[in-house]
Write a protein that binds this ligand. Sequence first.
Ligand SMILES: Cc1cc2nc3c(=O)[nH]c(=O)nc-3n(C[C@H](O)[C@H](O)[C@H](O)COP(=O)(O)OP(=O)(O)OC[C@H]3O[C@@H](n4cnc5c(N)ncnc54)[C@H](O)[C@@H]3O)c2cc1C
Length: 472
Amino acid sequence: MRDDDLVGRGRCSDTQGLRTVRGAVALSLPVRGRGYGGRVTSDREGSLRSVVVVGGGLAGAQTAAALRAQGFDGRVTLLGAEGRAPYDRPPLSKELFERDSPADLVHEVGVDVAALADDLRPAEPAHALEVRPDGVVVATSSGEVEADAVVLAVGSRPVVPAGWEAAAVLHTWDDAARLRARLTPGARLVSVGAGWIGAEVAGVATKAGCEVVVVEALDVPLERQLGADVGKHLAPWYAAAGVELRLGEAVVAIRPDDGGDGASVELASGAVLHGDVVLAAVGARPATDWLRDTLPVDARGSIAGDAVGRVAPRVYAVGDCVTRHGTVYGDVPGGHWSAALHDPESTVRALLSDLGPGAGAESGVPGHAPYVFSQQLGHDLALFGTPSAFDEVVLRGLPGHDDGWAALYLDGDNAQTHDGRPVARLRGVLVVDRHREVGALRRLLRAGLPLVDVEAAADPSRPLKDAVVILP
Ligand SMILES: Cc1cc2nc3c(=O)[nH]c(=O)nc-3n(C[C@H](O)[C@H](O)[C@H](O)COP(=O)(O)OP(=O)(O)OC[C@H]3O[C@@H](n4cnc5c(N)ncnc54)[C@H](O)[C@@H]3O)c2cc1C
């Protein structure tokens, strides 16, 4: 599901027009620990003359756009690693068999980094970061870039467990092109992982005439993301789409074929599945290995940032590579398109507020709920908020019903009543095949986590906003 409030047929309304607008730190690093809690105080008004953006994906491009849109007319350097213009990743899986070129961000969201950056280096990855009291130095494959501030937008990389080298991954345009060439009609695909990408690829591959088996170590699809009570309702989608789903089956080894392109997947049960293509779709981790000794990075590799992506003096992070700590949703890890699209706006506002001509101005926290969309096996999903395994789940509508359904994640700790009716804090919502509710939910959750009348919220015939309870 595309974010239709934002993307009208692949065009993002709130980024349109960006191309037309151009317009004494005393901390030495390493700065390790849990995120940056303070504000950089600039000793010179207007000391910000240059920013280096590391990463040429959606978040990096949006950062360059936000810098210009917010009036920064200093030098912008953008470093990338893929050697191509920024493109959109969600179509890599959803349109795997339909695209013959990447979904360029100029067309997808109206951002042209070539017009925004003074110095564009799409094939010059950063290797090291040094933060000095008066600026940053980024070491690249071919030299050094000095700037007054850095925005890290390095995204993530797919997880490939040791010994799984025979498995393909899907993260870049090059990965997609390789996968497409091998997934010819009749080919057998074994996808390891029934997460977002495993499910999406399974759906399009089976439609393209491949024989598809999905192996998942947990007991239901998307269990870590949605919880077992909700994930179980997704399992029947696989058989209905013609995909074999093997749940609760851990992979112990993936062995390449002798002399062929395929591989065998050995399961803990002893079963061995052969695939002409084996896809490792077991998650992604921030591409931050090179920053571990310099910045606060958690066990997943996520950089710790505050609610607007401040990491350390002169250092900011956006998109998949950062976990933002805010007061409403707590720790929100990157990893989804919507954050990479939106968060650079508030991060750049903070950066300009900290270091720019108007240093000291209020930077503001982003006003949107965490949001993930997916199209898989013939279904549209939208997940808002950050549901946890401790939440109580209430269904709104019936899974399998033509009219779609939703799962409400309610804070069980807050069980209380209002006028004798149970009320609870809404922490997240999964919407399935009910596209008309998506915009309303985004508006509802923008202001924080509402308290809802549980019975009214569970009634799909009533707008969810009518279930909101304001306690006296
Ligand atoms: C196949 C696929 C389908 C997806 N579908 C959905 C979806 O349906 N819904 C959803 O919400 N999200 C989806 N996502 C996730 C979404 O695409 C990402 O959250 C989003 O692209 C993150 O943007 P980013 O700019 O932070 O990172 P990226 O898009 O990963 O871009 C980071 C860029 O930085 C570069 N880089 C890395 N290290 C360095 C370095 N040291 N120096 C310079 N450059 C570097 C990388 O090569 C990359 O080009 C999908 C992802 C994939 C792979």
